[in-house]
Design a protein around this ligand. Structure first.
Ligand SMILES: C[S@@+](CC[C@H](N)C(=O)[O-])C[C@H]1O[C@@H](n2cnc3c(N)ncnc32)[C@H](O)[C@@H]1O
Length: 275
């Protein structure tokens, strides 16, 4: 089994960012996600492309608040993210929860048969090329139990036009950061494209369970995370954003340009997909 992605030394191998800081306030979105997860003991819940396992931790806390034990399966393709996830989840294991992990590229995620009751991919799908997203969603659907749910949590532009703008901004940021594989692979779907992926994977029910305009994109925060505080790169990113924005887009995303930093608000959405 593949234990580590073959990538340039960049991107997720070296990216050590506080994801909750760069993803904006996730509290409302988590509340909605947890409202849709029945904390049944015996359910297998998978947190895929888990990063530091923040989804797993929220779910485990949700079970604990009801005095129940959870069974969590977490997976990421990158060694340094996986190691942090493991470390963050160890205390739960010691409390008696079933917690098991797999270091694996999601594109070769094993076909386990219909064994997972819930699968969550939070802010992961966009890391994959569009053609890989299609195959991955199909594969994951095969791993869901007949009454299982796949939750896809993504950020995107509010409309296809804003999404094009959003994709250009992220690409420029990744270029300046030197993340070549991100520039090559990342694909941020619109809502319509996610629905299309789900339909093509045989879903019979797709529901948007959360939508908020709270994916805050603040260039200074990203510069600290991804440019090592290089102010020249931050200036270049700000200039680029000004050059491609229109008054309509700026108004829709409540753009706030303070000169040395630009704040924008994109959409955060969660979809529940059922077979
Ligand atoms: C934006 S982070 C999201 C992490 C976490 N789900 C969260 O929201 O906090 C994307 C994660 O996807 C992982 N990843 C990227 N490409 C992957 C692949 N092909 N297979 C598995 N994991 C991958 C990265 O290592 C990273 O942890």
């Amino acid at each position: 089994m593949n234990t580590q992605l073959n990538s340039e030394v960049e991107g997720w191998e070296v990216r050590n960012v506080n994801l909750s800081r760069i993803h904006g306030d996730d509290s409302g979105a988590y509340r909605r996600l947890l409202d849709h997860i029945n904390p049944n003991e015996g359910f297998w819940i998978a947190d895929l492309m888990c990063g530091q396992a923040s989804v797993s931790q929220r779910i485990l806390d949700h079970y604990e608040s009801q005095g129940k034990l959870a069974s969590i399966f977490f997976s990421d393709g990158y060694q340094n993210q996986f190691a942090k996830a493991k470390e963050n989840l160890n205390p739960y294991k010691e409390k008696g929860h079933m917690v098991t992990g797999l270091l694996e590229d999601i594109r070769s995620f094993p076909l386990l048969g219909p064994s997972l009751d819930v699968i969550v991919i939070k802010m992961g799908l966009h890391e994959l090329r569009k053609e890989d997203q299609k195959e991955v969603v199909k594969r994951l659907m095969k791993n869901l139990t007949p009454s299982g749910d796949l939750f896809i949590w993504e950020s995107m532009g509010q409309t296809p036009e804003i999404n094009n703008f959003f994709k250009k901004v992220v690409r420029k940021k990744d270029e300046l950061a030197g993340y070549r594989s991100f520039v090559r692979d990342r694909y941020f779907c619109t809502e319509e494209e996610i629905i299309d992926l789900a339909e093509k994977s045989g879903a019979r029910e797709i529901e948007k369970i959360y939508e908020g305009n709270n994916f805050d994109y603040v260039t200074r925060v990203l510069s600290e995370a991804d440019f090592g505080g290089d102010t020249e790169k931050l200036r270049e990113l700000n200039e680029y954003i000004r050059s491609i924005s229109t008054p309509k887009i700026a108004q829709s995303i409540r753009m706030n340009d303070s000169g040395d930093s630009i704040k924008m608000h994109f959409a955060k959405k969660i979809f529940r997909i059922r077979k």
